[in-house]
Design a protein around this ligand. Structure first.
Ligand SMILES: C[S@@+](CC[C@H](N)C(=O)[O-])C[C@H]1O[C@@H](n2cnc3c(N)ncnc32)[C@H](O)[C@@H]1O
Ligand code: SF4
Length: 347
């Protein structure tokens, strides 16, 4: 393909930036590059998950084309997630290729959310490709609990990966799911550990996505309002007005000097400033994390080498982005509010 043709495919052909019916500009795309994972976290997957057949999963080239179409239409931040993004074969080819949008100035940030297991292998390459910061999910610093939560993971391995990432110069934010009776007592220790190493930490409330076992979700659910109230008896928490368009709210912990986030999709309404959409590794676009409504982008992507059909499908879908979500976990709703797993949409 010559470079003129290439440029044509990369451009939006005069189409406008993406704005939804509630006047929210869509500038953030989260892409699940695989549904597979080398862990089986209890709140995320069942142990015997069945994964998608290869033909249904977008190739690396298709993922690149899809991401680039969104970038051409105004997306400024791309986050690769999964499943575990770093277990996708050839993932660095995709990262390196997408980094052209950083160099061109069309993209502000290329980042990923990872369980950290493969960081020892990839941290330096990620940094070299222009990734500046990453999110690493870590719920405990206790090796036995880590094994119990992730079923298949090794804490040492992940801590080694975090070391490698910091050595490579990547900034890290730790994401910790607050789990009732599992890591709730450890939260101050996790905060002090993360802040002591110059990393932010964000606490996440368990969300009712996907079947993971009878009753498990109710048992796991720990409202962050409770966690925050407990932390406030130990630390001074100063509000930081840093709205990212997402569900996180931040405080600075006076005693550590570090930043602490709270992601509370269950107890807070963050939808009015939502700037994001999610696409799965099969090319399904979810306009809202908390709703089933979706659009198939794989069909238009595969139907033609030009992007007209793809842009039309994206426009139609963004036109349906809902105003907000409605998650519920309570005793009357023992089933997950949504049947898809977080490993499908990537959180
Ligand atoms: C689905 S994972 C994908 C990326 C990568 N495998 C990881 O663990 O960071 C993204 C994030 O979603 C979180 N997560 C998974 N299932 C969840 C649930 N039911 N409720 C809240 N967070 C969840 C994980 O803890 C992780 O921080
Ligand atoms: S949370 Fe991440 S690491 Fe854990 S099972 Fe889900 S996708 Fe894998």
């Amino acid at each position: 393909m010559d470079s003129v043709q290439n440029l044509e495919l990369e451009s939006a052909g005069g189409r406008p930036e993406l704005v939804d019916p509630f006047d929210r500009a869509i500038t953030y795309l989260r892409v699940s590059v695989t549904d597979r994972c080398d862990f089986r976290c209890v709140y995320c997957m069942a142990e015997n998950m069945s994964f998608l057949p290869k033909a249904e999963v977008l190739t690396l080239e298709e993922l690149d084309r899809l991401c680039s179409a969104f970038v051409a239409r105004g997306v400024r931040k791309l986050r690769l997630t999964g499943g575990e993004p770093l277990v996708r074969r050839g993932i660095m080819t995709l990262v390196s290729s997408l980094s052209r949008h950083l160099r061109s100035g069309q993209l502000d940030e290329l980042t990923l959310t990872t369980n950290g297991s493969q960081l020892g292998k990839y941290a330096a390459e990620l940094k070299a490709a222009g990734v500046r910061r990453i999110n690493v999910s870590l719920d405990t610093l206790d090796a036995e609990k880590f094994r119990a939560i992730t079923r298949w993971g090794s804490l040492d391995h992940v801590l080694g990966g975090i070391d490698a990432a910091q050595t490579a110069g990547l900034k890290i934010k730790i994401n910790t799911v607050a789990l009732k009776g599992v890591n709730e007592d450890e939260i101050p220790h996790l905060i002090e550990w993360a802040h002591g190493r110059g990393m932010e930490l964000t606490l996440i409330e368990v969300m009712p996505l996907g079947e993971v076992g009878e009753g498990a979700r109710l048992e796991q659910y720990l409202p962050l309002s409770i966690v925050r109230a407990r932390l406030a008896t130990r630390y001074r928490l100063d509000d930081v007005d840093d709205r990212t368009g997402g569900p996180a709210r931040y405080v600075r912990v006076a005693e550590t000097g570090g930043r602490l986030g709270f992601i509370t999709p269950m107890t807070h309404n963050f939808c009015e400033s939502c700037n994001r959409v999610r696409v799965t590794c099969t090319g399904t676009l979810y306009m809202c994390l908390g709703q089933e409504d979706a659009a198939d982008l794989r069909k238009p992507l595969r139907a033609s080498e030009a992007n007209d059909l793809l842009f039309a499908a994206i426009d139609e879908a963004i036109g349906r982005k809902p105003k907000g979500h409605d998650f519920i976990i309570d005793r009357h709703h023992r089933r997950p509010a949504l049947s898809r797993h977080m490993s499908v949409t990537g959180g």
